[in-house]
Design a binder for this molecule. Structure first.
Ligand code: MN3
Length: 238
C-alpha cells in the first residue's frame, strides 16, 4: 500500500499541475505517522486527472475539462470536506460515506457531494486519449455474451445516456457475472445498488455543453467511438 502510494506520489511530483493530489497527501500522512482518522479525512481530496486537460481534444476540449474537473469536481470535494468537518463521517472513506448516507433525505447534501466525487473520478478513468475501437478479447467475449455485439453494447449505452432525463450518468456494470447497462439520476451511483461499475458517461450538461451545446447524442457517440477506455472496464471486472 505505502509502496504503491510512493510510486504514485513520485509520478505526481513529476506533474506540477497535479502536485496537490490525494495519493501524495496519503503518502505524506503515512510517512509522518498521522493517526488513522486524519488519514481518512485527508483521503477526501481531488484526485489527479489521469491525463492532461487537453488530452481528450478534439472530442472534449481543455476548456470543458478545466471547468468540469477544476470547478465542478473540485467543488464537490470542497463541499464534502465542509459538510463532514467535525462529524462522524470525517473518519470514513469516500465509499463508506456514500453507503452510509444513500437514501437518507437528511444526509442528501453529504451523499450528493460524496457520490459526485466518486462518479467523476470514475468518469475520468472511463476515457483515454486513445480510446474507442475494439475492446480487449476477454471483455469482447463478455460483451458479446450479454449484448450480441460490441456495436449493440455501444448502442444500448448511448440509448441510456440520451434517454436519461435531466442530469445523470450512463453506466456499463457487472451484475453478478453479467454485463448490463444502467442509468442513474443526478448524483446516484450503481455502487449503492450492489452493482459493479465498469465504465461511465457523465450526461450532466456541464460535461458537454461548451463543446456540443444541446447535442448530447453527438457527445455520447464521440465518447464511445473515440475515448471510451475498454481496458479500464476490463480491469474493473478484476
Ligand atoms: Mn460532471
Amino acid at each position: 500500500m505505502i509502496k504503491n502510494d510512493y510510486h504514485t506520489f513520485s509520478t505526481v511530483l513529476n506533474r506540477r499541475d497535479f502536485l496537490i493530489a490525494s495519493a501524495g497527501t496519503i503518502a505524506t500522512c503515512a510517512m509522518s505517522g498521522f493517526p488513522q482518522n486524519a488519514l481518512a479525512v485527508e483521503a477526501i481530496t481531488l484526485p489527479p486527472l489521469p491525463y492532461m486537460e487537453n488530452a481528450l481534444e478534439p472530442v472534449i476540449t481543455s476548456n470543458t475539462i478545466s471547468f468540469h474537473y477544476g470547478k465542478h469536481h473540485k467543488g464537490y470535494v470542497d463541499n464534502l470536506k465542509k459538510f463532514i468537518a467535525g462529524t462522524e463521517y470525517a473518519e470514513f472513506s469516500l465509499e463508506k460515506i456514500i453507503t452510509l448516507t444513500a437514501g437518507l433525505p437528511e444526509k442528501a447534501a453529504i451523499f450528493n457531494n460524496a457520490a459526485q466525487i466518486w462518479n467523476h473520478t470514475f468518469y475520468w478513468k472511463s476515457m483515454t486519449p486513445k480510446g474507442g475501437g475494439e475492446p480487449p478479447a476477454a471483455l469482447k467475449q463478455k460483451i458479446e455474451a450479454a449484448f450480441g455485439s460490441v456495436d449493440a453494447c455501444k448502442k444500448e449505452l448511448a440509448g441510456a445516456a440520451v434517454a436519461q432525463f435531466g442530469s445523470g450518468w450512463a453506466w456499463l456494470v457487472l451484475e453478478g457475472d453479467k454485463l448490463k447497462v444502467v442509468k442513474t439520476s443526478n448524483a446516484d451511483t450503481p455502487i449503492t445498488a450492489g452493482l459493479k461499475p465498469l465504465l461511465t458517461i457523465d450526461v450532466w450538461e456541464h460535461a458537454y455543453y461548451l463543446d456540443f451545446q444541446n447535442r448530447r447524442v453527438d457527445y455520447v457517440n464521440a465518447v464511445l467511438d473515440k475515448l471510451i477506455n475498454w481496458e479500464f472496464a476490463l480491469q474493473n471486472i478484476g
